[in-house]
Design a protein around this ligand. Structure first.
Ligand code: ATR
Length: 280
């Protein structure tokens, strides 16, 4: 006999409905853990977003991921945790005691992926972060939470690096883009959050030979899976953490909040998503 209860479901809210790997990831975990549940993409235009979110539960959803262009609105319409507030954007919504809460799972996605790929990375005294957009905010906040003492923040548009540094305090030091080569010898951790090196974008010109031995290099770009930056770092024997790993790790918390079990990022899941990336 069935209970008659509808299976739990979550959704990804975006506009337009971009192709996303999130359904693949969550369906994989649901199947693996034997949980009856669903995860669908909902294309919601900006002027309907508020209404959609207010009726999320009435529509049968236990929570949602939120992507462009709704992440800032999602923050304003929910009770954000410290991470979502610091990043200024929410990407995950769920209910706690009937209240709609939000977080930004890019922070833990970045940090947990580094822990999984390059344990000991947090011994770095100086980190060098390239880029000052939304992804950079999540990275910088994660590094601060983890106690990294100095974060040099380089961006093509220096003003954006300054604004981000002002928000995060004295540990974050804005630097000019052309100062990057001089900073490399002291960067125990190098993180690319820019779109440089992404398929169809200009290359990222970094001489990894200038990094200290034992440095760790992280790239948020995952198309291509192995960016020239990561390939060069690996060829030099440095630790690396890639963008696909971050994508998989950032999905863990939402699943746990919606479906009640913490899923694992396994080699098999990675292979499933890699195959999908290679085929599209
Ligand atoms: P996201 O939210 O993914 O971080 P974003 O806010 O558009 O996206 O930020 C993109 C980042 O890539 C920015 O740091 C951007 O630099 P600017 O602030 O100067 O625009 C950086 N970026 C994009 N194209 C670049 C290029 N050709 N050279 C250097 N940096 C570039």
């Amino acid at each position: 006999m069935t209970s008659g209860r509808k299976p739990r479901a979550a959704c990804l809210i975006g506009w337009p409905a971009a192709h996303s790997r999130s359904p693949l990831i969550h369906h994989y975990w649901l199947r693996r853990l034997g949980i009856e549940g669903g995860y669908v993409i909902e294309a919601v235009p900006p002027d309907e977003f508020q209404d959609f979110v207010f009726r999320l539960s009435l529509r049968g959803f236990v929570g949602a991921n939120v992507t462009l262009p709704h992440k800032e609105r999602a923050l304003a319409l929910s009770k954000p945790d410290e991470r979502a507030r610091a990043v200024g954007a929410a990407n995950t919504l769920w209910y706690a005691d009937g209240e709609l809460c939000s977080t930004n799972t890019d922070v833990e996605g970045f940090i947990n992926n580094l822990d999984a790929c390059s344990g000991g990375w947090d011994k770095a005294e100086d980190a060098l972060v390239l880029g000052a957009g939304g992804a950079s905010r999540a990275v910088v906040f994660g590094l601060l939470e983890r106690g990294i003492r100095r974060i040099h923040l380089a961006n093509r548009t220096m003003e954006r690096a300054r604004a981000l540094a002002d928000q995060f305090g004295a540990s974050v030091l804005p630097v000019a883009w052309d100062a990057v080569p001089d900073l490399l010898p002291r960067a125990g951790l190098l993180v690319n959050t820019t779109s440089l090196g992404m398929h169809g974008q200009p290359p990222l010109e970094i001489d990894v030979g200038r990094l200290p031995s034992g440095a760790v290099v992280a790239d948020l770009v995952y198309v291509p899976l192995e960016t020239p930056l990561l390939a060069a770092a690996q060829a030099r024997g440095l630790g690396t953490a890639d963008g696909l790993g971050m994508l998989l790790h950032q999905a863990v918390r939402g699943f746990e909040l919606w479906f009640g079990q913490r899923p694992e990022v396994t080699a098999e899941l990675r292979a499933v998503v890699e195959a999908d990336l290679t085929n599209t």
